[in-house]
Design a binder for this molecule. Structure first.
Ligand code: SAM
Ligand code: DTB
Ligand code: SF4
Length: 330
């Protein structure tokens, strides 16, 4: 599905939607959702940290930044074979996309051979591939695309205004540059943010306006609720009110009707009712498996109970190009 020919969003129009009475906002979002998606299907992605900790960036929320004392020990890039074994397990558990994350400012040239082998290996299992490795040059984006990378995750995290309160080692423009390199290489974009970092409603709205007004909006949009990590500057941030979280999901759904909106980090702290409201507001993707990158996520059996209660089903796997052409040749 292409996200092209999207309309340009004005800030005021987005704000007016965000400020609607809750029932009106959710009704609008659910109506838009039904025009584009089966409302009872949820896509599942699984994460693996392929290089943990010791990151030179100073993101104020992150357990993996070397600037904060979080007690996390740093590790090297893990073996390709281990990644493929984990990906196989994720596929068996019903994930259709495998997302590999590294705590880097950017990948080094010497790591590219292992990274491309990971992408090609996961792709050959018939899963969609995603990576999140920090900044990418145009050449690196192309190399990953050629190996079979479907998605690249690179979050704007918040509004441009609030960004420098959270991260000082790179700029909003750096982030947008990488998104452009990824798009130019023909890799789909996964980009969203974190709520509950002391931002105002205006910052949430501005972040969505920036994402919706990209030359093509992201095909995939993770909306994370901050997981407060001891030892980080945001350890004691005021949590976001759950209904404001739901409002932001609804706004994302209305502004980017064809994107998968992912209810991402923070689900272990959310009630069934909050998660149900997020799905009603148009979220149609989750991270599954008991670990995100370094923190906990609901166990598969807990999610299975929630899905049963809500009558939700996992989205069917997308027929992968490599697999599709192989089948056609038979
Ligand atoms: N280093 C790469 C980068 O920053 O692009 C990739 C990994 S980074 C951990 C991926 C995303 O995870 C971040 O952009 C942020 O949105 C999210 N994240 C990290 N720590 C989080 C936390 N404590 N709570 C919620 N989301 C978090
Ligand atoms: C995203 O937006 N959320 C995921 C994924 N992209 C890479 C990561 C969430 C990380 C939560 C904190 C942790 O586990 O370290
Ligand atoms: Fe590094 Fe990514 Fe964590 Fe920032 S969010 S400190 S870039 S791993």
């Amino acid at each position: 599905m292409s996200n092209t020919a999207a309309k340009t969003w004005a800030r005021d129009a987005a704000q007016a939607l965000y400020d609607l009475p809750f029932n009106d906002l959710i009704f609008r979002a659910q109506s838009v959702h039904r025009e584009h998606f089966d409302p009872n299907r949820i896509q599942k992605s699984q994460l693996l940290s392929i290089k943990t900790g010791g990151c030179p960036e100073d993101c104020g929320y992150c357990s993996q930044s070397a600037h904060h004392s979080t007690g996390l020990s740093a590790s090297k890039l893990i073996e390709v074979e281990r990644v493929l074994a984990e990906a196989h397990r994720a596929k068996e558990a019903g994930s259709t996309r495998y997302c590999m994350g590294a705590a880097w400012r950017n990948p080094k040239q010497r790591d590219m051979a292992a990274l491309t082998a990971m992408v090609a290996g996961v792709k050959s299992m018939g899963m969609e591939t995603c990576m999140t490795l920090g900044m990418l040059s145009p050449e690196q984006a192309l190399e990953l695309k050629r190996a079979g990378l479907d998605y690249y995750n690179h979050n704007l995290d918040t509004s441009e205004r609030h960004y420098s309160e959270i991260i000082t080692t790179r700029t909003y423009a750096d982030r947008l540059d990488t998104l452009a390199n990824v798009r130019d290489a023909g890799v789909k974009i996964c980009s969203g943010g974190i709520l509950g970092m002391g931002e105002e409603a205006q910052d949430r709205i501005d972040m969505l306006v920036t994402l919706a007004n990209l030359p093509e909006p992201p095909e995939s949009m993770p909306i994370n609720m901050l997981i407060p990590i001891e030892g980080t500057p945001l350890a004691d941030a005021e949590p976001i009110e759950p209904l404001d979280f739901v409002r932001t999901i609804a706004l994302a759904r209305i502004m980017m009707p064809q994107s998968h909106v992912r209810l991402s980090a923070g689900r272990t702290e959310m009630s069934d009712e909050t998660q149900a409201l997020c799905f009603l507001a148009g979220a149609n993707s989750i991270f599954s498996g008991d670990t995100l990158l370094t923190t906990d996520n609901p166990e598969d059996d807990v999610d299975a109970v929630l899905f049963r209660k809500l009558g939700l089903k996992p989205e069917e796997p997308v027929m992968q190009e490599a697999v599709a052409s192989h089948v056609a040749a038979e």
